[in-house]
Design a protein around this ligand. Sequence first.
Ligand SMILES: *Cc1c(COP(=O)(O)O)cnc(C)c1O
Length: 244
Amino acid sequence: MMEKESMCDQNKLRDIEYNYKTIEENISAAAIKSGRSREDITFLAATKTVEPVYINHAISLGLKYIGENRVQELLSKYESYDLENASLHFIGHLQSNKVRQIINKVDLIQSVDSVKLSNEISRQSKLNNTDCDVLIEVNIGGEESKSGIQPEQLTELLYEISELDNVHVKGLMSIPPICDSKTEIRKYFLQMHKLFVDIKSKKIDNVDMKFLSMGMSSDYEEAILEGANMVRLGSALFGPRIYV
Ligand SMILES: *Cc1c(COP(=O)(O)O)cnc(C)c1O
């Protein structure tokens, strides 16, 4: 009989352990450098293309948050995640007609960028007798090809969402443009942090600026230095993605 453990690559499990420790140290160091502590920063693993056995291994090491990008992939892996010990977020572009499929499965949707999508989240939440926490995705670089609300339209969107039942804004999320230098990317992170502080000061009903989700494998330390309190890491934890 083959044991479950031997079905997966032992070297990969060891790599994940090593990477997890390194990331924890780096997050701590960046948090302290920015006047905060490790507990102030939430580490979410972006798990697209990663098999559940590896995701659950990371959870066994202490990982508390995981995020999927695609509805189909989330559904196919859903039964295998160790969700007793971790919280599942949706972090990818979401079409309104797919909200129904994930509403009872995720704890938070990080990628809300329109009234239409918010309305559908509200409607489906009510139908399912549940509530849904969301982050608003901001297109901080103003890139045409990217999803996310334009910074100038953020406040208006927040006022509209604040009126909806069963939807609760918990912060902002962003994926800045690809930059040649750390100095350049820090400018986008800084702009996001300004928006975050600005919105917080408006004290909009039903809008809680708790999470500022920004920073990925190549730039999470810079993001933390500029005020991020949630980072989303894929390849730094699991290694390069293998698309099949
Ligand atoms: C894949 C992904 C990440 C992580 O990317 P890495 O560069 O592998 O860390 C973070 N956020 C979102 C929305 C993603 O899709």
